[in-house]
Design a protein around this ligand. Structure first.
Ligand code: PMP
Length: 452
């Protein structure tokens, strides 16, 4: 190992506290130091190249070093890197807002910028809450969310989250919510089977709305894929059913597409699979192609109009982050949208999804693979101790991590969710690299699970 790598490793261990990382385990290993990248590859300080199998935590879209995004940022730096969006504007923020509305489902009209996915979720929660206050329906102040949902790590986002191991510790700090079952077909919380269930989990949500709509401001969930919950994929029809219930009971629908947005499920936005327009669409991650922090809460004219009034009516949305609408981030995002167009990213993706789905069938034959699920380029492979009874592995066995460690030997970088092995490569991945990724993952799962 070079002296430089050693120095970085020692600084890192001494001074950096890593997110979602048990630092005791981390301290025992030599850190991988990513120094550069090329396309779908990350390159470490020793020159070793890894396939970026989870798109640098689900953010990267076209690969790394995308000419359109590189150029957009470089040009913007020459003009200005930041000015506030509080009361004034800047060209990339305004132009991007127009471009986003052009590609969003019809009916969405106003873009509210923030920095991270979680902040954009906070915005949606507060906006929905205040919408009803401004309308004079102040009793509508609760939220309905799903078990296994994940919306980020700030307290509002955690309140509407439903993953015990992340969220339970903070329970005393959170606001109360209504909770509907997860659309988790493999382990159906209602003990039913799709399709004969008729998507009963959506009807459970409908029942909660029927009984409590007068106090519910909004339903919030991830359309099609509960990502951090374990890449849980909803049955087709769920989304439309929930939209209908929201309309019936006059409750807003917030769709968190921080993970599913920007082509990840095969369409630009997951809600397009069922022609559903939410009242609020939350975007982040892939918004800048995986370059810079930027998120957006996009809403309708109807909601926006409820915030208009004389200053002393205090209908203003008193919320904003220092870097909201940051010109560099917005320029990067415009470069990202240009790259979608120039490369026909979505058209070319379908062939790759077809290939991936064909290959994933092979995984089902493995002895310890209980369930393989995907929507487009979002894949979850759930490992189980006993396939017949769907018995999970004991968590101290860390099977998911072991698979990821094994894949590293084949120069593939993965990050599992517990015992769900996740594949979420950049949409722009070359076919040869996609094959390499799938084969290395298969081999790693087989070796690790059949050894145990
Ligand atoms: N919503 C969803 C659906 C997510 O998957 C995530 C992050 N994984 C977030 C919100 C939070 O985004 P961020 O990490 O940028 O705050």
């Amino acid at each position: 190992m070079s002296d430089k790598s050693k120095k970085i490793g020692s600084y890192d261990k001494e001074f950096v506290w890593h997110p979602f990382t048990q630092m005791k385990d981390y301290e025992e290993k030599e850190p991988i130091v990513i120094e550069s990248a090329e396309g779908s590859y990350l390159i470490d300080s020793e020159g070793k190249k890894y396939i970026d199998g989870v798109s640098s935590l689900w953010v990267n879209v076209h690969g790394h070093k995308v000419p359109e995004i590189d150029e957009a940022i470089q040009e913007q730096v020459k003009q200005i890197s930041h000015s506030t969006l509080l009361g004034i504007t800047n060209p990339p923020a305004a132009e991007l807002a127009k471009e986003l509305i052009d590609i969003c489902p019809p009916g969405l009209k106003k873009v509210f910028y923030s920095g991270d996915g979680a902040s954009a979720v906070e915005v949606a929660i507060k906006m929905a809450f205040q919408y009803w206050q401004n309308k004079g329906k102040s009793e509508k102040k609760k939220f309905l969310c799903l078990d296994n949902g994940y919306h980020g790590d700030t307290l509002g986002a955690v309140s509407v989250g439903g993953i015990d191991i992340f969220h339970k510790t903070f329970a005393p700090l959170l606001f109360e919510t209504f909770r509907a079952p997860s659309y988790y077909c493999y382990r159906c919380p209602l003990n039913k089977t799709y399709p004969s269930c008729n998507i009963a989990c959506a009807d459970e949500l409908g029942k909660i709305l029927e009984e409590n709509n007068e106090e519910i401001a909004a339903v919030i969930f991830e359309p099609y894929v509960q990502a951090a919950g374990g890449m849980i994929v909803s049955p087709e029809g769920y989304l439309k059913k929930v939209r209908d219930y929201c309309d019936k009971y006059d409750v807003l629908m917030i769709l968190d597409e921080v993970a599913t947005g920007f082509g990840r499920t095969g369409k630009m936005f997951a809600c397009e699979h069922e022609d559903v327009t939410p009242d609020m669409l939350v975007l982040g991650k892939g918004l800048t192609g995986g370059y810079l922090p930027l998120s957006a809460t996009i809403t309708t004219q109807k909601i926006y109009d409820e915030f208009l009034g004389n200053y002393d009516e205090y209908k203003t949305f008193f919320h904003g982050h220092s870097y909201a609408g940051n010109p560099l981030s917005c320029a990067a995002s415009r470069g990202n949208l240009k790259a979608f167009e120039n490369n026909n990213t979505l058209e070319k993706l379908q062939y790759k999804i077809d290939y991936l789905e064909k290959e994933l069938k092979e995984f089902e034959g493995l002895e310890h693979v209980g369930n393989v699920r995907n929507k487009g380029f979002m894949v979850g492979i759930e490992l189980v101790q006993d396939k017949e009874n769907k018995t999970p592995y004991k968590s101290n066995l860390k099977m998911g991590s072991k698979v990821a460690d094994k894949a590293l030997e084949d120069e593939v970088l993965l990050r599992p969710l517990g015992d769900v092995v996740v594949l979420m490569p950049p949409l722009g991945i070359e076919m040869d690299d996609l094959k390499k990724l799938v084969h290395a993952t298969y081999k790693s799962i087989k070796e690790v699970t059949e050894d145990s």
